[in-house]
Write a protein that binds this ligand. Structure first.
Ligand SMILES: [Zn+2]
Length: 320
């Protein structure tokens, strides 16, 4: 049987460079130093590495590769291994642990961990339009995920309660089927309002449960439909489109992945995992996106997302 991973760009380093170049430079080769387009050529010489170009612009004349200014920068991992890792993360519905990734790719656990965090960065949606434009429906809901390191429970003085967990708020655009999640600092009206201001069109129909934090923000939308979950109401009988079942469905996938694969995730990195689940959900098979297309979309997202080991490490320190 032919495997997707038999493709040349997953096996051969030069082919991997060509494949990535075609996606990072769809409109011509861009020099990352001076911004010139198609004014460069392969750097010639005996010991030249794969994929090195030299800028012909007079004031510049600098060498560069497609890795400069992307998540691949400063990585000693081969590009075709990166592509394998990206395909695995794109196609595993519940995610893939660093341990599994290290075993499958034959890299160290530390490399696998860093690789997957950088790939999550490439999955992060940075240019997306607001949800619910053109009077579309937007579902909003929150879930608890993992202990909040800022206020871990003290079993004697302070038994665990909702307050001790991280809270993730997720928006679903009913028209496009896309998801966008946020790790909340506090679950307050103000924070909900800020997220809606930045991500939801004013004309959107907002659909939530009856949590009081949605009340005031909901009044600023064209329409705010609520279901009363504490009364066992999940769909309004007289308005069947008023429900948050889509976002509940998203959480069931998210929860399965976080419990089964990423159980050790701390607060400092939680936003990277939500970006990963958002990405796969927003590009899921039901929306007509297959594994290969989803994988190619990650590669298109590598630009301008440098993430140094030190910055990831600093998040870790901040949490500890
Ligand atoms: Zn240049």
């Amino acid at each position: 049987m032919v495997s997707v991973l038999d493709a040349k760009h997953f096996r051969d380093e030069a082919a991997a460079y060509k494949w990535v170049e075609a996606r990072v430079w769809p409109n011509g080769r861009v020099c990352p130093h001076c911004g010139s387009v198609d004014k460069s050529g392969p750097l010639k010489g005996k010991s030249t590495r794969i994929g090195v170009y030299k800028c012909y612009e007079k004031e510049c004349r600098k060498p560069f590769t497609v890795k400069v200014g992307t998540i691949f920068e400063d990585s000693h991992i081969k590009l075709h291994i990166w592509l394998q890792a990206m395909f695995l993360l794109a196609s595993s519905k519940k995610g893939i642990s660093s341990n599994q990734l290290a075993r499958t790719l034959g890299v160290t656990l530390k490399s696998a961990w860093f690789l997957s965090h950088r790939i999550r960065e490439a999955m992060r949606d940075t240019s997306a339009p607001p949800f619910g434009g053109n009077f579309g429906g937007v579902e909003a809901d929150e879930t608890l995920q993992g202990v909040d390191s800022r206020r871990a429970p003290d079993p004697e003085a302070n038994p665990p309660g909702p307050y001790h967990f991280n809270r993730v708020l997720t928006l679903i655009d009913r028209d496009t089927g896309a998801a966008r999640s946020f790790v909340l600092t506090e679950f307050t009206t103000e924070e909900v309002q800020r997220i809606l201001n930045e991500n939801v069109a004013k004309e959107a129909y907002l659909l939530t449960d009856e949590a009081p934090q949605y009340k005031r923000p909901g009044k600023l939308q064209t329409f705010h439909g609520t279901t009363n979950h504490s009364d066992g109401e999940y769909v309004k009988a007289d308005a069947p489109w008023v429900h948050t079942n889509t976002v509940e469905g998203y959480y069931s996938i998210f929860k399965r992945g976080m419990k089964g694969v990423y159980q050790h995730c701390g607060r400092a990195h939680l936003h990277r995992y939500t970006a990963e689940f958002d990405f796969r959900y927003s590009n899921r098979a039901k929306l007509g996106v297959d594994d290969v297309t989803r994988f190619a979309k990650i590669v298109e997202g590598v630009k301008g997302k440098r993430l140094t080991y030190r910055s990831v490490d600093r998040e870790e320190q901040a949490e500890a």
